[in-house]
Each structure stands twice: as C-alpha cells, then as structure tokens.
Design a protein around this ligand. Structure first.
Ligand code: F6R
Length: 600
C-alpha cells in the first residue's frame, strides 16, 4: 500500500502534491517524495518518515507557472524505508512513482545495464522506459512497451524531460483516478486528494494506460486499442472519501481483505511453492521448536498458526500471550525460533517478550504490519503482512494477513523439513491462491447479517465455539464482538463446554457455533447438539444446513479448511460490526481502547 498523486497545470503544484499526500498518508508513511518538472527544470525532494519531514525538506522548492508534478507516500514492500528507496525514482531524464509490486523486477533488472541506486522493484520502470525511449525516441511508444513488460500490480505516474509537459500513467490492480477542472489535471490513488480541486473524475480500469497534457488526454487498453474516458462529477465529501464510501473504517477494512491478502501473497506464493525474500536459505537451520508470542487479535492469529505449523511442518509450536509469558520465567532453548506477531509493531508486552528472547540468544522473527516499528527494528528477520494502514481499532485485515503469513511459513518449513509431499504442497498453495475469493464479502451475506443482528442485542452472553483451527477463530469472533458491542462474549473450545460452561445454557445464552464441513464436522455437531438439548439459542455458521440451529449462516462450499476459516472470519467480523452499529456504538473507536498499546 502506497499513495500517489500527480498534477498538470499552472496552479500551486507543490501545494497540491503535498496536500494530496497528506490525504493519502493512511496508505503508508515510511517515506515520501515529490518531483516537479517545469520545462527543463527539475525539483525533487524526498524524506524518510512522516510527511512533515518532506514538507520541511521541500521548503526551498518554489514553482511558478505551468508544470507537471508527481508525488508518493510509501509503505515499504521491497527495500528498507530510506531516502534512496523513497519515490520518485529517477533515471537519466525521467521520474516515476509507483504503487503496487512489480513481480518480475529481478528478471527485468538483470536485462538492464542502468545504474540502480535503490533496492526497490519500482526503479526498473524508469530505466526500462529510458531504454525504450533511447531506441524509439518516442515517449508514448516507450511507455507502452514498458507497461507491456510489467507483471504484478501497479498504479504508475511517469514524467520525463524527453516530453516534459505530460504525465504518463498506467493502472493494474492498484487504484488510480484522474480528476480535472477547466484548467488543471490531477491524479490520485483515492478520491480524497481530489476533493476541492477536481470537478470531474475518471476511475481508471485495470490494464488502462495513457498520456495526459494540459489540453489532451489519451487512454489505451494494454494489448488493445483506445479506451474511452468517462468523467463523472465528483460530489462526495472528505470523510466519505477517506472511508471509501463505507460507514466505518472497520467496514472498509473488512471489504479490503480480499485485495490485501493478494498483497500479502504477492511474490511469495505460486502454485507448488512458497518463499520469502526476507528470509535467506539456512535461516531456519537448527530450529526444532517454535514459540509464538503476541497480544489480543495477534495472539489469536498466532494460536491459529501453531495448529498450522504443527500440522504441516510437524514442528512443536506453542503460542503464548505476551503479558503472561514475560513473568512466568520461561525456559528458552536456543533451538527454538521465537516469533512475535504485531499489527502495530509497538505493543509493549510483545516488544518486551522479544527483548527477552533476544537476550536468551534465540533466533527471532517478527510478523508485522508496520515497517520500521520498534518490533521490526529489533527482530532478526521480519515478514511484513502488507495489510496497509488499519484505522479501525478492531483489527480485521491485520488478523487475516497475519494468519496468511503463518500459513505460508508453515508450508515453507514443511518443504524444508520434507514433511509434506509435493502433491500436498500443490494442494495447499492452490487453496492459498483462492483466499481472495473466500474473503470476498458477498452482498447477500452482508444483508442477511444486517437483518440477523437485531436478534442478538440482548441476552446474558455469547459463547463462540469451535474446534481445532476454529477454536482460535472462535476466540477472535468473541473478541471482535465484545470490543465493539460491549456485550459479554467468550470463545471456547467446543469440546470443553461440557466441562463447566454448559451449566450456563438456556435460551438467553447465544451459542455461535463454527461448523466447518472439512474439519471435525461430526465432533462439533455433537457438541452443538448437547447445547441445543439444554435450550441454548444456536446460531451455526457453516456450509451444511444444521437442523438444530435457530439461525443458520451459510458460507460457500470449500474443500480446504483454511478457506472455510477465511470465509467464516468475514462472517464473524461483519456480525460483530452489525450488532455494534445497531447498538449505536462508535465501531471505529470503541470506548476504553487504543489502536496501539504501548504501555504494559
Ligand atoms: C483487537 C485488537 C487488539 C490487538 C492487540 C495487539 O481487535 O486489535 O487485541 O490485536 O492490542 O496489537 P498489535 O497487533 O498491534 O501488537
């Protein structure tokens, strides 16, 4: 996740670029940069950290009259957040900003003899463009040839001294919008920077590319002919734009999951194989056990990961709550890989647990969403979840992407430890590649959950129950509900209910039963039957119709438990959100909570 902006016109170029980047800062803020071209004069500024640093650094840039400019706020995917890795990237006479991931950048890089200065995937774009320009002497042709070579996801803006008054643009996978008024042309990753500037907007489709100047705009389809521009009035307000039209950031983030999970996998998973650029061969040598440590939702992801790591890689794995781990005088053995999971990378208990593991000489690995955070800086290696900024206090997309990293890691270790056949690895990777589908919110399902939510606003509590992998998911479902609805909810292993909690069963006890058809279906069914026999109100989630359920939420038919897991995750998140909305709560900022818990 990064944000990009562009400008063509005679107005305040720098002002628009910086203000626009401020609006997009939520998409990433580890570094930022702008480049402005006025005839042959180039002004460029880049800075690490928050946008205020770029504002300071670009203080001396003064522009007057017509010009073109591009800007970028970065969320690192390849290469550390340094000034050299910050966009715009430059060649000899051209400058580019890019949001997305160029999957084949290594292959392209190997074929170019340009001077590379950054570790990013983006830099190949500008060198490739200049190579083609030097051959054809035609900027449009060179840009078209460049786009044809790129694999992966991108929103690209490029300016060049070779054709100075234009912006070349392209979109595939990552968002890009063109805006205009009578005098100016604008580009941005979302509507927010355009509000107050553009009167009309055109939402680019995947595979569209083109070239814009003050007076002309050409649009093409990659591999096809001309495409049609269809501008529509921009009427929305700022807050609505930031939320992408959703009622709450949490809702937007739930809907985003099916896209961001693709970012988590990008360049890491293909059919039959999983790898992480961040982890060199041999890093796991000598590891015979894994300990995972985290808090809250991240702990639930970790617990899910412990089932996957044990099952797929046959490696003893335990998952612990960081605040408990710290004071139990844990026995830490050097053959144990210590994994910490954190969305923010700043959670005090998780950070302290990591320090303990480091002090004991263990190899450490962070699974984190925020590059350059304290946890990332301290861990030996980091795998970024690439979920983009999560604004809702209730974690959603951070959770599903953390689980994905753990699943990929389990498969990588399974490969290295030869615990799975290639056929089984193929099966797992095929399932992984289907997760965007499983996380897609179906409108009819959302509608059903909205209606159903009115039946669950009272009662004396909820039990979310599941078995195996669906037990941590039950914990997560209960946490989601309690933190935003303020209703009492508990996650419980379904098989444990009869060892005590079943005493609570009555019609006012709501049981949310996770009933996957692919994992221990008969077992969970008997557990739910026991509760039903004691008159608990049952809401079952699964594919198979369950006759004893008072309410049944049907998910799609999947053949892999993880796909059922992901489908159900969305159901649980939406259900909690709809109940909380009906209760009139501020879903994005629930009482007593903070997004980042930096105190013990
Ligand atoms: C719940 C939630 C929290 C966090 C926990 C750890 O929705 O977001 O339980 O998961 O505070 O935070 P991170 O992952 O930032 O370490």
């Amino acid at each position: 996740m990064c944000g990009i902006v562009g400008y063509i016109g005679e107005g305040d170029i720098k002002g628009f670029l910086l203000e626009g980047l401020k609006e997009l800062e939520y998409r990433g803020y580890d570094s930022a940069g702008i480049a402005i071209l006025q005839n042959d004069n180039l002004h460029i500024a880049k800075a690490v950290g928050k946008l205020d640093n770029l504002i300071q650094k670009s203080k001396n840039i003064k522009t007057k009259g017509f010009g073109v400019g591009i800007g970028h706020t970065r969320w690192a995917t390849h290469g550390k957040p340094t000034e050299l890795n910050a966009h715009p990237h430059q060649g000899v006479f051209s400058y580019v900003v890019h949001n997305g991931i160029i999957e084949n950048f290594k292959e392209i890089k190997a074929q170019l003899d340009a001077q590379f200065v950054s570790q990013t995937d983006t830099e190949v774009i500008v060198h490739l463009f200049e190579k083609y320009f030097n051959q054809t002497k035609e900027a449009k042709k060179a840009f078209e040839q460049t786009i044809k070579r790129l694999k992966g996801a991108y929103a690209i803006l490029l300016i060049t001294k070779a054709d100075p008054n234009k912006i070349f643009f392209a979109k595939k996978g990552s968002p890009l919008i063109i805006g205009k008024n009578e005098k100016e042309i604008f580009f941005a990753s979302s509507d927010a920077p355009l509000i107050g500037h553009a009167k009309e907007v055109h939402y680019l489709e995947d595979d569209e590319w083109g070239v814009a100047s003050a007076h002309t705009m050409e649009l093409y389809k990659n591999g096809g002919g001309k495409s049609k521009l269809s501008f529509q009035p921009l009427t929305i307000d700022k807050e609505y734009a930031q939320k992408g039209g959703y009622r709450f950031f949490m809702e937007k983030e739930i809907y985003e999951q099916s896209d961001v999970i693709g970012d988590t996998m990008m360049g890491r998973v293909e059919e039959g194989d999983v790898h992480f650029e961040e982890i060199e061969e041999g890093f796991f040598d000598g590891i015979d056990a894994i300990k995972i440590c985290a808090c809250g939702t991240s702990y639930h992801a970790g617990l899910s990961g412990s089932y996957l790591l044990q099952r797929l890689a046959r490696i003893p794995t335990s998952s612990e709550i960081a605040s408990e781990f710290r004071y139990k005088e844990p026995i830490l053995r050097k053959d144990t890989l210590f994994i910490v999971i954190s969305q923010s990378g700043e959670t005090a208990d998780t950070l302290e647990a990591l320090k303990m593991a480091k002090a004991a000489g263990l190899k450490t690995l962070a699974i984190c969403n925020v590059d350059n955070s304290s946890i990332v800086r301290l861990a030996d290696r980091t795998i970024l979840t690439r979920a983009g900024i999560e604004k809702g206090v209730a974690s959603t997309k951070a959770f599903t992407t953390q689980v994905m990293v753990l699943w990929m890691l389990a498969l990588l270790l399974a490969k290295q430890r030869a615990t799975l056949t290639q056929e089984k690895i193929d099966e797992e990777t095929k399932a992984m590649l289907q997760t965007p589908k499983a996380l897609k919110v179906l409108p009819q399902l959302h509608e059903r959950l909205k209606r159903l939510s009115k039946r669950y606003l009272h009662g004396h509590g909820f039990f979310f129950i599941g078995r195996d992998l669906f037990y941590p998911l039950a914990l997560e479902g209960a946490l989601k509900l309690k933190e935003i609805s303020y209703l009492h909810a508990e996650g419980y292993p379904a098989g444990e209910m009869k060892h005590g909690p079943i005493a609570l069963a009555d019609p006012e006890l709501f049981t949310i039963a996770l009933m996957p058809r692919t994992l221990l279906y008969d077992k969970i069914k008997s557990n739910v039957e026991e509760l039903s026999a004691r008159d608990s109100t049952i809401c079952s989630i699964g594919h198979e119709w369950f006759e004893l359920a008072d309410d049944f939420i049907q998910i799609r038919r999947w053949t892999h438990p993880m796909l059922e897991y992901y489908d159900m995750s969305v159901v649980l998140q939406l259900l909690a959100m709809e109940i909380a909305i009906r209760l009139g709560n501020d879903v994005d900022m629930p009482r007593n909570l903070a997004k980042s818990v930096t105190v013990e």
